[in-house]
Write a protein that binds this ligand. Structure first.
Ligand SMILES: [Zn+2]
Length: 552
């Protein structure tokens, strides 16, 4: 038994820090993708011509590009020289031996795309093409190092029939005729900040741009202002700006809380993404039906806009740390609620999120930082979103505005345009608060479930003192001889910041927060003396804790 308990403790110790995971492709760093895509009049047949500019370590002698086998590779060049590059098992293996440290690899390919770029005819018979890459579907139409840890700048050269428009990451450089092809145009866009492949998109079709003129220019580091716009099918232009009047104030709020907006512009696009909204860098794609039915909400706009800072500018290095993206978007959407609708609405939103977390099966079974999950779509769960968001809420409550946002701002400043793991966030929050947050991060992010304490209180008339008793022992624990044996690691006690409201014999109330250490049995005398038995002692009366509390 003792051996087993020790083994559990060792396992926890080993799992309680972010081990630097092996790189997706060691020794390869893609710097830029220059992507030329030729779209058809109708249908899903595309031609691609992609130049991948990368830096390699000297000992690395090949590059692996992810690209599905369904697309036919026509040619591969390394620094202008044709090479033989096998394309099997959805990967192109490009030989680099003899090439310089900085290399340009060019891939020409073509074929029918069935995913990643969604080619579709709508109910009115109009063809549209929308990139939809999350999590690793860029490889369905683009030869890339398809992992969030390798961010790069991207330029788009989209060739298509006249009469269509294109929106993509970054700024529009030009739209120009193509020599010898009078019925076609080329639209060029350029994103100058490195972004993950899952955020690299184009949208093409009979889209119309609606400028959000009421949105003032937002600060960017390099000077030019970031303007917002909405891109929709023509019939939806009539009700704009509608709820998009909130788009400006949302960006202003997050700039105030976190730092400058990270990109050159922000487009809100009616699209055919499979998600309700997809936070593609500087070009948010929303489910098209939300426009057709006018069901778009400011909460969704706030969530996707928050991602521009968290997920897009600061990107989780590994999928298992997805809460750094979705938990932040969830919580910052609630901060928009606080700013726009007030404290009661914010508390109600967090209470609803708490309820979801407590009821969720995945939360009970898996930790938030879930490096064992290889089905990335399964990570779109209540751990990454609701529990991650609620953890930020608890941190905010414990740390206060100044330390919490101070830590968030330095985290953003340090990892912007790069990648981070959960411990990188922890280090910045610790620096700002001077707190040791390792126990907090371990218990909430690296263990399944929530706290399940049993709590009671007692009044000692002779001393005039109130004390609370907290027991944390799971039903799955059994007493055997001298030891208590528990299954798994769910039964470890949590350190809790326990809110208590005392109503004394005269009806006066006292609010306090008691720090309960992570022990199985705690008896904690409360400050103050009470001549008579209090009328009531309420434990976490506003239900702030992520805990299922039983009464003793
Ligand atoms: Zn999200």
């Amino acid at each position: 038994m003792r051996v087993r308990l020790l083994a559990i403790a060792l396992l926890l110790a080993a799992a309680s820090a972010d081990a630097q995971p092996p790189a997706y492709q060691p020794g390869i760093d893609v710097l830029d993708y220059t992507i030329a895509i030729e779209l058809p009049d109708t249908g899903a047949f595309i031609r691609g011509d992609v130049i991948v500019t990368l830096r390699r370590s000297r000992n690395v002698d090949h590059l692996t590009l992810d690209l599905v086998d369904a697309l036919m590779v026509r040619s591969v060049e390394v620094d202008g020289r044709a090479v033989t590059a096998p394309h099997t098992a959805n990967k192109i293996s490009v030989p680099l031996s003899g090439a310089a440290e900085n290399v340009k690899v060019r891939v020409r390919y073509e074929g029918m795309v069935s995913d990643g770029l969604i080619a579709r005819k709508d109910a009115k018979g109009r063809w549209t093409w929308f990139g939809d890459n999350w999590p690793n579907r860029a490889r369905q139409w683009l030869p890339t190092v398809d992992h969030p840890s390798d961010k790069a700048t991207v330029s788009w050269h989209v060739r298509m029939p006249l009469g269509r428009s294109v929106v993509a990451n970054g700024l529009q450089v030009s739209t120009r005729p193509i020599a010898g092809q009078p019925r076609k145009v080329e639209s060029i866009w350029k994103e100058s900040r490195p972004i993950a492949t899952y955020l690299m998109v184009i949208g093409a079709g009979p889209l119309e741009r609606f400028p959000l003129t009421e949105t003032v220019c937002h600060r960017t580091d390099e000077g030019p202002c970031a303007l917002q716009s909405v891109w929709v099918m023509p019939e939806n232009k009539t009700w704009l700006p509608g709820v998009f009047t909130t788009a400006g104030p949302i960006v202003s709020l997050f700039e105030k809380l976190v730092g400058p907006f990270p990109y050159e512009k922000l487009a809100h696009v009616q699209s055919s993404t499979r998600f309700g909204g997809m936070e593609n860098a500087s070009a948010i794609f929303y489910d098209g039906k939300l426009f057709d039915t006018q069901k778009m909400s400011d909460g969704l706009i706030a969530h996707e806009t928050a991602h521009q800072w968290f997920g897009d500018a600061v990107t989780e290095r590994e999928w298992g740390h997805l809460w750094l993206s979705e938990g932040f978007a969830t919580y910052f959407a609630a901060l928009w609620t606080l700013s726009s609708k007030g404290d009661a609405a914010y508390r109600a939103e967090m209470a609803a999120i708490r309820k979801q977390v407590l009821a969720d099966k995945v939360v009970a079974e898996r930790p938030v930082i879930d490096t064992a999950q290889t089905d990335y779509l399964a990570l779109l769960n209540a751990n990454s979103y609701q529990k991650g968001g609620y953890i930020l809420y608890m941190l905010h409550q414990q740390m206060g505005d100044s330390a919490f946002f101070g830590g968030i701002r330095s985290y953003y400043a340090r990892y912007r345009n790069g990648n981070a793991l959960s411990d990188d966030l922890r280090a910045e929050l610790e620096e700002a608060s001077r707190l040791d947050l390792k126990p907090f991060f371990d218990q909430w992010l690296r263990r399944p479930g929530v706290a399940e304490p049993t709590i009671g209180w007692a009044y000692d008339a002779s001393e005039g003192r109130i004390s609370v008793r907290v027991l944390q022992q799971d039903a799955r624990c059994i007493s055997m001889a001298a030891a208590v044996v528990c299954e798994g690691n769910k039964t470890l006690p949590y350190a809790l910041s326990l809110p208590i409201v005392i109503t004394d014999a005269t009806g006066t109330t006292v609010r306090l927060t008691v720090e309960i250490p992570a022990d199985q049995r705690v008896t904690m005398p409360l400050p103050g003396r009470y001549a008579r038995q209090p009328r009531a002692v309420a434990i976490d009366p506003d239900e702030r804790l992520l805990a299922r509390i039983a009464r003793l």
